[in-house]
Ligand binder design. Structure first.
Ligand SMILES: Nc1ncnc2c1ncn2[C@@H]1O[C@H](COP(=O)(O)OP(=O)(O)O)[C@@H](O)[C@H]1O
Ligand SMILES: [Mg+2]
Length: 262
């Protein structure tokens, strides 16, 4: 069985890619096999945060230069990535047919994958709504700023109205401390649940941390660079909370048919 987790955010720059990458590492550190898929096509930077140079990306798969299997880059024993390709403007506006090709390519991979983590584009982009609705869990990363709240609300509304996603896990990033982060989440949830028919689940917080900045500059995820730092432990806690979050039960196209025991 493979659990698919889409990592989304209302706006860019809130730490979505950092969250996706460090969650992948945290889950990998528990001995599970993780595939990290960079769906921020054309602006991909998962490989930058991991300090790897993928030989192939999803662009090669779409151009029929390689199979989805061959587009995979191995990062370590437990983590593999599919890069989204950068600097390629044609990747920015994928049509639905190509999104379906990607989904089908990933769902037919002959790999042992416990968790698929998808780093989605910021906002309610068509690709985000498509890959979020194909995932078992949708994570929304937000920071304690009105603009982040508003944009996260707009994303949740679009995902709910257009693709019927109902369950969202929320991670508060760059937080001052645990209690402020939790009360920010409660405020956000109250507003969202007053106006939308959705369930928001708190998946925890990541503190504002200089170690993350340093790790990004060194192109090494903080969970590898400083595995015992407080901030690395917080990614582990978020990973644990996510695994307890109720998964989507909506019908429709999914990355993995878990009911079939795949
Ligand atoms: N918890 C954090 N503390 C401090 N800086 C952070 C934190 N999370 C992210 N950042 C910084 O914010 C920048 C944007 O993060 P990134 O993950 O690329 O955002 P997004 O994918 O949402 O655009 C990164 O360069 C990183 O240095
Ligand atoms: Mg990003």
């Amino acid at each position: 069985m493979t659990l698919s987790i889409a990592v989304t955010s209302g706006k860019g720059g809130v730490g979505k890619t950092n969250t996706a990458v460090n969650l992948a590492i945290s889950l990998g550190q528990t001995g599970k096999k993780v595939l990290l898929f960079d769906a921020d096509f054309g602006l991909a930077n998962v490989h930058v945060l991991l300090g790897t140079k993928p030989a192939k990306s999803v662009a090669d798969f779409l151009d029929k230069k390689c199979s989805m299997e061959e587009s995979i880059t191995t990062f370590n024993d437990n983590i593999k990535i599919i890069s989204g390709g950068s600097g390629l403007t044609e990747l920015l506006n994928l049509d639905n047919h190509r999104r379906h090709q990607i989904l089908s390519g990933i769902s037919h991979l002959d790999q042992n994958i416990d968790y698929l983590i998808v780093d989605c584009p910021a906002g309610a982009a068509d690709s985000t709504l498509f890959f979020a609705s194909a995932s078992d869990l949708v994570v929304v990363v937000l920071v304690e700023e009105p603009t982040s709240f508003l944009d996260a609300y707009a994303l949740i509304k679009a995902a709910n109205m257009e693709t019927a996603v109902k369950n969202f896990a929320v991670v508060v990033n760059m937080a001052d401390n645990k209690s402020v982060a939790k009360s920010s989440f409660e405020k956000f949830r109250e507003i969202a649940m007053r106006f939308l028919d959705v369930n928001l689940h708190y998946a925890g917080m990541i503190p504002h941390s200089k170690e993350i900045k340093h790790a990004v500059a060194r192109r090494r995820p903080v969970t590898i660079d400083k595995p015992h730092a407080l901030v690395s432990a917080s990614f582990g806690e978020v990973a644990k909370a996510l695994l307890k979050t109720p998964t989507a039960k909506i019908e429709g196209l999914k990355f993995f048919d878990n009911a079939g025991g795949k």
